[in-house]
Design a protein around this ligand. Structure first.
Ligand SMILES: Cc1cc2nc3c(=O)[nH]c(=O)nc-3n(C[C@H](O)[C@H](O)[C@H](O)COP(=O)(O)OP(=O)(O)OC[C@H]3O[C@@H](n4cnc5c(N)ncnc54)[C@H](O)[C@@H]3O)c2cc1C
Length: 517
């Protein structure tokens, strides 16, 4: 950035900068709505090379971001505005603009993202304060900053989701400011990572998916979400769009509520099926914010076990050879390998199979979740740290407040891909194997050429892991710590805390994702 400001520029009075972060949309963007009522604005996106050098960032994320930025710029141009890109460190960019213009105000959403963005925001806040710059931050989706406890959180979430969506005027008065061009993935040292078929990160595509899901493909969502054979078409596939803020959770929620009215005209069976699906879907929209709230309240869950009793348990036994086999889908367990290879190629996987992948790594292979979660973060186009690390810890048994669930990949295979159709798509070397042995090829008379022996014994490794994890739960202090974790993070529909309540009340909580001991 050069500092040769023209006289004309320097004359400009007060510049309102709309700092786009993970809210790359015009619709339901209150930050943009409110800032643009103040006069001229500068719609800004900062590409931060240091962020893109972090271990959890990948080529596929950047490709999707590139689509989203182009889509946002197109939409802004329809409003006679444009997106200005600056490449560099956020504090440097704001210092430059602050010197160039007489006074700046920064507008943005609060970001609850990875450790790097957390530290960056602290630096920006410090710089803004020291330079008398106002930084106005708005709530993002239903996540609350500075939450005292979880009582009443759910009610608050519904209130937030029902708030009206703000509208923009025909044109947005925009300051002329030179834009950098978007660096290529190669400029940021992001290497191609095997993605063959990705979603396109445009607003248009998000709207198409939402419409398709609510009117057609979502009908059997609740019964078809668990199998990788049906999930690609029956799930909404909106996660990456929500993660990048191309569409807000509120927009999805309100579209869903509107569609509920249409159900009354359907026959009973169809109506029941849609009702079940809409109910499950609506819960998941809430979970989205519920999990991000955990990271907001405790940023360290990206790095440390939620329950300290698990510290030191897996760290010192990390088997790199097993990790390598798991990473590239070479464990000898067809369902695990097919899921990993499909994820590498498409950037998406349904919930159950994500859970199975991490559970297999954490239990059967006894790998610490920190390394495995980074690998999956790279592969999920929809990587959202708040959901990701909370889920990874849940499926690794380190939260202390969830039921221990160890997925047997052979059972998952027979339950959710009984004919081996999914497995054979991603593991062509198993194309000749019979249905009987498709999930246990090592039991057939000859192991198909090109496929491997399993790297662990399924039953004994599962039992060993379960024993180790349950053993830790017996420690005298375990419950005390678990209770405090539950108080801080536990989901509860009722406004009052019910941990340790009577049996009936306890049962109510079991229906939700958190389970007291
Ligand atoms: C180990 C593991 C890691 C995960 N990492 C991520 C991640 O980085 N980013 C991410 O968005 N989801 C993550 N999930 C949750 C879930 O698997 C995905 O949100 C879902 O598969 C995305 O597909 P979809 O958009 O079709 O979801 P749908 O089933 O159509 O659900 C609609 C939306 O609800 C939200 N949602 C759905 N399931 C969950 C859930 N269990 N918890 C929280 N929110 C949910 C998502 O925003 C999703 O787009 C993870 C799950 C596991 C087990």
């Amino acid at each position: 950035m050069t500092e040769n400001f023209s006289d004309e520029m320097v004359q400009l009075r007060h510049l309102n900068i709309v700092w786009f972060k993970r809210d790359l949309r015009l619709s339901d963007n209150k930050v943009l709505c409110d800032a643009s009522t103040q006069g001229q604005i500068l719609p800004l996106y900062i590409v931060e090379p240091d962020l893109w050098s972090q271990k959890d960032m990948s080529y596929r994320h950047y490709k999707f971001l590139g689509d989203a930025i182009n889509s946002l710029d197109r939409d802004l141009r329809l409003k006679k505005s444009r997106l200005v890109i600056k490449v560099g460190n956020a504090v440097d960019v704001f210092s430059y603009l602050n010197k160039k213009y007489k006074k700046i105000t920064i507008w943005s959403h609060k970001e609850t993202w990875n450790g790097w963005t957390y530290e960056r925001d602290k630096e920006v806040a410090h710089w803004a304060k020291s330079n008398n710059v106002d930084w106005i931050e708005y709530k993002r989706n239903g996540v609350v900053r500075g939450l005292q406890n979880r009582d009443g959180w759910s009610k608050q979430w519904y209130r937030e989701m029902n708030m009206p969506i703000c509208g923009l005027t025909e044109s947005i008065k925009t300051t002329v400011e030179p834009s950098d061009s978007l660096p290529s993935a190669e400029d940021l040292n992001l290497e191609f990572d095997g993605l063959v078929k990705s979603q396109k990160g445009s607003r248009e595509e998000a709207e198409r998916l939402l419409n398709e899901f609510l009117n057609k493909s979502g009908k059997n969502y609740s019964s078809q979400m668990s199998s990788p054979l049906t999930a690609y078409d029956s799930c909404s596939r909106l996660s990456a769009y929500i993660a990048f803020g191309i569409m807000s959770v509120r927009e999805v929620f309100q579209a869903l509520e509107l569609n509920k009215y249409k159900l009354k005209d359907l026959d009973k069976d169809s109506r029941n099926s849609w009702n079940r699906s809409f109910k499950s879907f609506s819960s998941r929209l809430r979970w989205h914010c519920h999990f991000i709230q955990k990271l907001e309240d405790q940023p360290q869950i990206e790095f440390n076990n939620l329950h300290s009793a698990y510290d030191g348990v897996r760290e010192h036994e990390f088997d790199h050879a097993k990790f390598h086999s798991w990473k590239f889908g070479n464990t000898g367990f067809p369902m695990v390998d097919a899921c990993m290879r499909s994820l590498i190629a498409t950037g998406w996987l349904n919930f159950r199979m994500r859970a199975m992948l991490i559970s297999f790594a954490s239990y059967h292979l006894w790998l610490h979740w920190r390394e495995t979660s980074l690998w999956l973060a790279n592969l999920f186009v929809d990587y959202e740290p708040g959901i990701h690390y909370s889920q990874v810890q849940m499926q690794s048994g380190t939260t202390g407040i969830n039921t221990i669930r160890i997925y047997n990949p052979v059972k998952q295979g027979y339950d959710h891909d009984p004919d081996g159709t999914f497995v054979k798509t991603w593991l062509p070397e198993l194309s000749g194997i019979s249905k009987k042995y498709i999930h246990t090829p090592w039991l057939s008379s000859v192991l198909p050429k090109g496929y491997l022996e399993p790297i662990v014994d399924e039953l004994s490794s599962r039992k060993l892991a379960a024993k180790a994890v349950y053993e830790i739960r017996k420690n005298s202090d375990f419950k005390k710590v678990a209770k405090s974790i539950y108080v801080k993070h536990g989901s509860r529909k009722k406004s009052k805390l019910t941990f340790g309540a009577s049996k009936n009340k306890k049962r109510k909580i079991i229906h939700q994702e958190e389970l007291p001991l």
